[in-house]
Design a protein around this ligand. Structure first.
Ligand code: SF4
Ligand code: SF4
Length: 348
């Protein structure tokens, strides 16, 4: 893979050129301790040391609310709606790239989700090696600390004013070349990037699973009847925040909105969440996960077993967003998986 060295002073010109054709999003500080990807404008201060973006990048590929078709009941006509603005997501940490790779597999496989596919095709991912680690993150221990694909460019800060940039796609290289002649990274610069990664990976090991993450599906299979589910779910407010902030959750609900003449309308989808009480309600008012305990257990089985059974990876990339978002303090997969591990210690 080709790697170049790019200097900070080149970025304003580069960003300016990119933003002529793309909506460009970059990490910025919202307030103390809170960061997010926001629309770039000249002079915006980039938060190079952000630990985690408060909202996950899935919203750029799978918006919270999205029209799917417009229809006219009088003429019985329906038209699909596809909105896929060209966009660059600059500063996506590797665990979030991993989450996007999972969405690609899950939403593009089988019967592809056309709205997702088109947005994904119009999106350039510029991965960025973190410099700091969120206090609630545990990505290094769930196999999400590094990614080998899923990005167009991968930026690593190797000093106050320089980056190495690994090329992941021809599109990425073309965009990078807009700043003039590309400078191949020297062996010293590549070594600087390797060290920067090693440093942050080391720091990220502070919060870790007590076992190899690949054991999680087998662990959960033994824990269906654990008392832990009841103990924690008693405190659950069923607010769904842990679902909404999660970069790998992609459940949605579909609704129709029709004008007051019952003529023209729009069918749209919006995010849903398995922790919400009505999520599993079906016709006849039957709810197949009526208790908080059932919903709470389901979320962990989905993160630790069901997704793994499909694609061989955990459905949790360890970003720690749910840990921060949960006011009841019970949404932490690391804590739950470690406690289940302790609970079954006599079996391993
Ligand atoms: S379950 Fe929590 S820690 Fe895991 S990916 Fe989702 S938000 Fe991040
Ligand atoms: S964020 Fe916490 S309180 Fe809200 S649904 Fe999730 S586990 Fe329950």
């Amino acid at each position: 893979m080709t790697t170049y060295t790019v200097y900070k002073e080149q970025l304003p010109e580069l960003f300016g050129k990119w933003s002529e054709e793309y909506s460009l999003y970059v990490p910025a500080k919202l307030r103390e301790g809170f960061y997010d990807l926001v629309a770039w404008k000249p002079g915006l201060e980039i938060a190079w040391d952000f630990d985690v973006a408060y909202n996950s990048p899935k919203r750029f590929l799978f918006p919270p609310r999205e029209a799917l078709i417009t229809f006219d009941r009088r003429t019985c006509e329906a038209k699909p709606v596809f909105e896929a603005p060209p966009q660059i997501l600059f500063g996506v940490h590797p665990y979030d790239v991993k989450a996007i790779n999972q969405l690609d597999q899950l939403l593009e496989g089988g019967a592809p989700d056309q709205n997702y596919v088109r947005r994904r095709e119009a999106t350039v991912i510029m991965a960025y090696e973190p410099l700091t680690v969120s206090s609630t993150a545990f990505w290094a221990s769930v196999g999400a600390g590094t990614v080998a694909h899923g990005f167009d460019l991968y930026w690593t800060k190797i000093g106050p004013a320089a980056f190495t940039v690994e090329v992941g796609s021809a599109k990425g290289e073309e965009l990078l070349s807009l700043c003039g002649g590309l400078v191949p990274a020297t062996a010293g610069d590549k070594e600087g990037a390797r060290r920067a990664r090693a440093r942050v990976q080391f720091r990220a090991r502070k919060n870790s699973l007590r076992y190899n993450w690949e054991e999680t599906p087998r662990l959960l299979a033994k824990c269906w009847d654990s008392p832990l589910w009841r103990r924690y779910s008693q405190m659950c407010l069923a607010c769904g925040s842990c679902n909404l902030v999660c970069p790998t959750c992609y459940c949605f609900d579909i609704r129709d909105e029709v004008d007051d003449q019952l003529g023209e309308g729009v069918r749209y989808r919006e995010w849903d969440g398995c922790m919400l009480e009505g999520f599993a309600k079906v016709a006849g008012n039957h709810n197949f996960r009526p208790k908080a305990q059932d919903r709470y257990r389901h979320r962990y089985f989905r993160k630790g077993k069901y997704i793994y059974d499909k694609i061989g990876e955990l459905g949790c990339v360890g970003c720690g967003r749910c840990v921060r978002a949960c006011t009841a303090g019970i949404a932490n997969p690391l804590k739950v998986f470690n406690e289940l591990w302790e609970e079954t210690a006599h079996e391993h």
